[in-house]
Design a protein around this ligand. Structure first.
Ligand SMILES: [Zn+2]
Length: 326
């Protein structure tokens, strides 16, 4: 019996600010990476060329010709129509509406392309290669400047009828609360995202409630990470900002658990760098709210794959699909 050689895959994560390309084996071993800014303001043509250039440079580092790749998976920001390979809308990609990204890239790369939403892909990556390995039902949440989600039911991504499912950051936590970028009020994203925490911190600074943060913010940009540093040094306003965010997150997690009764919840994104301020208290809040049965055997985990969860998720999706030779 001769064993057929399995092809390598390319994968690209297209975000609002960053572009990551990798060459990987079907088992999720990354052989080469290329990171560069996505420069989305330059428009579609430039982004397509940039994605191709990034993939080429990863391929060169891995010592393969791009034409030898079995397929390329693309994890993109925005609402994705999976079946048609279209980016329907994407606030992170200015001017993008109904962009047939899959077909455009297939043309550009002369390779089969699979396109999915970045948070969906990240959730599938954690399920296949990361913290959620072995889970049948998994809820994935990524918290950074925004909040994205992925829902996996019976080992399959749930994408909804239009590809807009799993917007777990837009569950309303506080009716009449702060206005969210989506236009609604009191979404989890408007309370617990890094951006929302920075808004609260700016208010605290204007009101003179955080002398320590004022000192720190004079030297470097005001971010969720900086707020965390001030909180760790005992700043009360910053501690309160994290307390409120963690409580909101805990409430959201309790809702997800009540709806989905998952085996695992995996949390990723930049905010996990301050996990003792948000992950642990949110988990305790959730555990105090949820009924006994869904809590039994539920694992609440930090993501293991970092910013490579999206590309690894696309590798996992390609591998599972026989049309791509996985
Ligand atoms: Zn919202």
């Amino acid at each position: 019996l001769s064993r057929q050689k399995r092809p390598l895959f390319g994968a690209i994560d297209l975000g609002g600010t960053k572009l990551l390309s990798v060459i990987a084996t079907p088992d999720g071993e990354i052989l080469a990476r290329d990171r560069r800014p996505s420069q989305t303001q330059e428009g579609l043509e430039a982004i397509l060329a940039r994605m191709a250039g990034s993939l080429d440079s990863a391929a060169e580092e891995a010592g393969v010709q791009p034409s030898q790749l079995g397929a390329v998976g693309v994890a993109s920001a925005g609402a994705i129509n999976f079946d048609r390979g279209i980016v329907s809308e994407a606030p992170q990609l200015p001017g993008w509406q109904d962009v047939p990204l899959r077909d455009l890239l297939q043309e550009q790369l002369q390779l089969p392309v699979l396109l999915d939403n970045d948070a969906n892909a990240a959730g599938f990556g954690e399920l296949t290669f990361g913290a959620g390995r072995g889970s049948r039902h998994l809820i994935y949440l990524t918290i950074s400047t925004g909040i994205g989600g992925g829902i996996i039911i019976d080992g399959q991504l749930y994408r909804g009828k239009s590809g807009a499912a799993a917007e777990l950051g837009h569950i309303v936590i506080d009716m009449g609360g702060p206005v969210c970028p989506c236009g609604a009020r009191g979404c989890l994203e408007a309370i617990a995202s890094g951006t929302a925490m920075v808004w609260r911190a700016q208010e605290a600074l204007e009101q003179g409630r955080s002398p320590l943060l004022a000192q720190l913010a004079a030297e470097e940009p005001l971010t969720a990470e900086l707020i965390a540093r001030a909180a760790r040094q005992g700043d009360e306003a910053c501690t309160e900002i994290y307390r409120v965010a963690a409580f909101a997150l805990g409430n959201a997690l309790a809702s997800y658990v009540s709806i989905f009764d998952p085996n695992a919840i995996v949390l990723g994104g930049g905010i996990m760098n301050s996990s003792e301020l948000i992950f642990e208290p949110a988990r305790r809040t959730m555990e105090g709210m949820v009924r006994r049965l869904p809590l039994q055997g539920l694992r609440v985990l930090k993501g293991e794959l970092g910013d490579e969860s999206g590309v690894l998720g696309m590798v996992a999706l390609l591998r599972r699909d026989r049309t791509f030779g996985g």
